[in-house]
Design a protein around this ligand. Structure first.
Ligand code: NAD
Length: 320
């Protein structure tokens, strides 16, 4: 099948492309390298895909570049491109509005004219639920950050295209995804980086905020399973193990053998208090369930960051 993956150079998008290729699909990956975090990291994310004959990469900004040609003959669209993270969404709203809403509208407009399209799979987030995101898909939608608001607006836009034009839409709401290539702004990435450098770790709030954690390969499994979902469905995608920030830090200390140096700061506006996905809908309809335990997933992320930081260190030593 021919698949278009937006946000292909990102954390989850790059894993998704690799998995689609491994399953025998043809993939067009697009990304604009938005500077939310360095382009060099995104180029590194694409490393394993570069020599794949069934992978084609295009630098394309969904906010302004022509999209119709990209959709020629496409069977599946996986729309992962977005401005992620909530902290910056208070100060750079324009980027969130344009990348999360306007870009989605332009992609929908091109997709609705694509006669071969079988599914449009839209990556949404637990942030659409707001402060307490614990339960199934019927939870009230009450985002508490501009990020969550723009992601919810994008979901609504997708549904309006599904209703008006029969777009074969499936919405996935990801819950705190972690694992190798996790974005450098995300908490577990920051914690591991600081442990490896023996630097202080900033914990926002009381540290008792709870996350339902989703290992990236499980998230990608769910995203592939969505190719067979009934159009119109919305699914939570989340792991089965919750943990507070303190639980995570204890686990990372045990994995690394290092003691965390802690610094506490007030909670950040828009931070969620409790997230835990009830995924029984996804399990019932598509047989999905997460496979990787939190301990295993954190160990894999730690190992990836340790190897990356060693490679970076030896590069700096060679360059000096
Ligand atoms: P990421 O930032 O690593 O990847 C997103 C990619 O989209 C980036 O490479 C960026 O350059 C690209 N992009 C942004 N705007 C674009 C535009 N206008 N045109 C083309 N490309 C553009 O983020 P991620 O963590 O991999 O998240 C992927 C998706 O999953 C996002 O939609 C995000 O909202 C959603 N999500 C992620 C998590 C998580 O825990 N990582 C949780 C919930 C939802």
């Amino acid at each position: 099948m021919k698949c278009l993956v937006t946000g292909a150079a990102g954390f989850i998008g790059s894993h998704l492309c690799e998995r689609l290729i491994a399953e025998g699909h043809e993939v067009i990956g697009v990304d604009a390298y938005v500077p939310y975090y360095p382009r060099s990291i995104k180029e590194q994310n694409l490393e394993a895909l570069r020599n794949q004959r069934s992978f084609m990469f295009r630098i394309c900004d969904l906010r302004k570049d022509p999209l119709e040609d990209l959709l020629a003959g496409v069977d599946y669209v996986f729309h992962l491109a977005a401005m992620p993270g909530l902290a910056q969404s208070w100060t750079d709203f324009d980027a969130y509005w344009t990348c999360n809403v306007l870009a989605t509208q332009r992609l929908l407009e091109a997709s609705r004219k694509c006669p071969t399209l079988q599914r449009f799979i839209h990556a949404s987030t637990s942030s659409v639920y707001g402060k307490y995101a614990s339960g199934d898909e019927s939870l009230p939608l009450k985002p508490i950050s501009p990020y969550g608001v723009t992601k919810l607006a994008a979901e609504h836009l997708c549904r309006s295209y599904a209703e008006a034009f029969g777009l074969p839409l499936v919405v996935l709401r990801y819950f705190s995804v972690y694992g190798p290539r996790q974005r450098p702004d995300m908490a577990y990435h920051r914690f591991i980086r600081s442990l490896l450098r023996n630097e202080p770790i900033t914990v926002y709030g009381d540290g008792f905020q709870v996350r339902g954690n989703t290992y990236v390969a499980d998230c990608v499994d769910a995203t592939l399973a969505a190719m067979k979902a009934i159009p119109g469905e919305t699914f939570n995608v989340g792991g089965v193990e919750t943990a507070t920030i303190w639980d995570i830090l204890r686990k990372l200390e045990a994995i690394s053998g290092c003691r965390a140096i802690l610094r506490q700061e007030p909670p950040r506006p828009g931070d969620q208090r409790y997230t835990f996905a009830d995924t029984s809908h996804l399990h019932r309809h598509l047989g999905w369930q997460p496979k990787i335990s939190l301990d295993e997933g954190l160990a894999r992320q730690f190992e990836w960051q340790r190897t990356e930081s060693e490679a970076e260190g030896s590069f700096k030593r060679e360059a000096a």
